[in-house]
Design a protein around this ligand. Structure first.
Ligand code: ADP
Ligand code: MG
Length: 242
């Protein structure tokens, strides 16, 4: 299997990539001291590519996504989304940037129990003030894209775990983000269903040119990735896929 050198994904090589982390350090309070969750992490994710991140529990993978999502400001270093230095933005500007440019898929779908699959997606677009007709067309297209065209009227309890995670992915893509951040999306699914959800995710982001970071515990997912990085104690390094 190929390995990808970290250098080819470093900031210098891709200054205009949709997502760039440059020397990011993040610490949390820990008793009398600080725990270093991210230690000088640099990463650039080109449009339409998938960067997989693997590593043991507690190594900083979710922290990496939280910083990339601009949900948590780092202690040091820069996070650039579409070339915009997010550290310079106000809270409100960051919230707007998230809504427009960043899709997030967490481990658990967190769908609203009372809404149908179509409505889960519509809510995202209404938050962004789009026109109703455009929104309906896009909802149909995305649900078809994740193989749920016929289940648009179902509520979460009427869907399987895999189907709920497909709705979750479609919802994250609703506002056409340039960056997609995905945290162990198949951990609640069996291997076969997980692989199907992953294939679909990779196809969608390539078609749409979405720069994607995929945190995964399943090494079977790594074959589809353009780069594979490994977190260990907050440090990000190039990994082998074997
Ligand atoms: P992973 O996703 O790889 O399991 P995390 O990013 O969740 O790792 O956690 C990295 C380290 O930071 C762990 O030691 C974890 O306990 C710690 N951590 C994560 N979130 C917080 C938080 N909100 N406050 C304090 N420590 C945290
Ligand atoms: Mg995690």
């Amino acid at each position: 299997m190929n390995t990808t050198t970290a250098a080819s994904y470093a900031t210098a090589a891709e200054p205009s990539a949709p997502l760039v982390l440059d020397g990011v350090t993040l610490t949390y309070p820990d008793g009398d001291g600080r725990l270093t969750a991210l230690d000088r992490v640099s990463l650039g994710v080109p449009a339409g590519t998938v960067t997989a991140v693997v590593g043991p529990s507690g190594s900083g993978k979710s922290s990496l996504l939280a910083v990339a999502a601009t949900l948590v400001p780092p202690d040091r270093g820069r996070v650039l989304v579409g070339g915009t230095e997010t550290g310079a933005l106000s809270r409100a500007e960051r919230a707007l940037l998230r809504r427009r440019e960043i899709g997030i898929v967490f481990q658990q779908p967190n769908l609203l129990p009372s809404l149908t699959a179509a409505e889960q997606l519509e809510v995202m677009a209404h938050l962004d003030g789009r026109r109703a007709r455009t929104v309906r067309g896009r909802v149909r297209e995305l649900l078809a894209g994740v193989g749920l065209a016929d289940l648009a009227h179902r509520r979460p309890h009427q869907l399987s775990g895999g189907q709920r995670q497909r709705v979750n992915i479609a919802r994250a893509l609703m506002n056409e983000p340039s960056v997609l951040l995905v945290d162990e999306p198949t951990s609640a699914l069996d291997h076969e269903r997980g692989a199907a959800v992953l294939d679909l995710l990779v196809r969608l982001v390539r078609e749409r040119g979405t720069a994607t970071v995929l945190v995964t515990h399943d090494r079977a997912h790594l074959a589809a990735a353009d780069a594979v990085l490994e977190m260990a104690d907050g440090r990000l390094a190039t990994a082998t896929r074997a």
